[in-house]
Write a protein that binds this ligand. Structure first.
Ligand code: C2E
Ligand code: MG
Ligand code: MG
Ligand code: MG
Length: 276
């Protein structure tokens, strides 16, 4: 019997058990604790209007401040939270925290900055999303047009009719909608005719090669042209160099976000660098 147990343990630690599943369970448990212990925090990254040179707003990006492991980036836990449904609770916290923060900043500075909040597919599809955002806006006394929801093309593949309906409700509420990581999803372009959205966010993978490869520059130029023809705003994400910025300017891209302006910063640092 002892020998059998020993053998099972041996198998357990030698990957006979699916390691992915084991890790997922551990992460899931830790996320529950993180929600209870309030271990999440938001970082903020500026978004710039190229023509005016003004900061128009910032994207809220979640970080997990784990007591032992330190700052954990979203790709380590958002996919698990999305799978387990924990993203609903996390997302509600993010939305309220982001709204409260931008309200405070706008009051302090007299500006009308807009905050971009990432909404994962499961969050987008939850029934109470519109209700939840409405309640948070009321609670934080923030106007709806101070909020931009970043959704990915992925939401469309579940149920296009449902997505259109949800987007119409959000538009009626007055929040802005951006398509994040544009060009990397699986959906067809036809949804652009039907979705009431405000902005395309060109994925970093295309910006990366913009100064080196003609193909990437052609794709970026085309997406900018597409956005203009559809009367949408267009922002480039992951802009790292001044050269990339110059090319985007010459292509008449409206807005940029990326390390060339600044990395995402914690609240206090963001205030010091951008709001003083
Ligand atoms: P995303 O929404 O596309 O966010 C952009 C990511 O690129 C961020 O990574 C940002 O820190 C990073 N980034 C920005 N500029 C540059 C640059 O110039 N160079 C490079 N190399 N990277 C840059 P981050 O913060 O690790 O977030 C990763 C992803 O996690 C986000 O991608 C988003 O999909 C997700 N995420 C972040 N916060 C939240 C959240 O509150 N809720 C949900 N549902 N997802 C979130
Ligand atoms: Mg985003
Ligand atoms: Mg993105
Ligand atoms: Mg993304």
């Amino acid at each position: 019997r002892a020998k059998e147990q020993g053998k099972n343990q041996y198998q357990f630690f030698n990957g006979k058990m699916d390691q992915g599943i084991m890790q997922k369970t551990i992460i899931e448990t830790a996320i529950y604790q993180a929600i209870e212990q309030r271990e999440f925090t938001l970082f903020y990254q500026p978004q710039l209007d190229i023509a005016t040179g003004q900061m128009i707003g910032m994207e809220a990006l979640i970080r997990w401040h784990h007591p032992q492991m330190g700052l954990i980036p979203p790709h380590m836990f958002i996919p698990v939270a999305e799978e387990t449904g924990q993203i609903i609770a996390i997302g509600e916290w993010v939305m309220e925290e982001a709204c409260r923060q931008v309200k405070q900043w706008n009051e302090q500075t007299g500006r009308a900055l807009r905050i971009s909040v990432n909404i994962s597919p499961k969050q987008f599809l939850q029934e109470k999303l519109v209700e939840q955002i409405t309640a948070i806006l009321k609670k934080t006394n923030l106007t709806a047009d101070s909020v931009d929801l970043e959704i990915t093309e992925g939401v469309a593949i579940f149920n296009e009719q449902h997505t259109i309906q949800k987007l119409k409700q959000l538009k009626a509420l007055g929040v802005h909608i951006s398509i994040d990581d544009f060009g990397t999803g699986y959906s067809s372009l036809s949804y652009l005719r039907k979705f009431p959205i405000h902005r395309l966010k060109i994925a970093k993978v295309f910006i990366d090669g913009i100064a080196q490869t003609e193909e990437d520059q052609a794709i970026v130029a085309s997406v900018i042209g597409l956005a203009k023809n559809l009367k949408l705003r267009v922002i480039a994400e992951g802009v790292e160099t001044f050269q990339q910025l110059q090319i985007l300017r010459s292509l008449h891209c409206d807005e940029i976000q990326g390390y060339v302006l600044g990395k995402p910063l914690a609240k206090e640092e963001f205030e010091k660098v951008y709001l003083k």
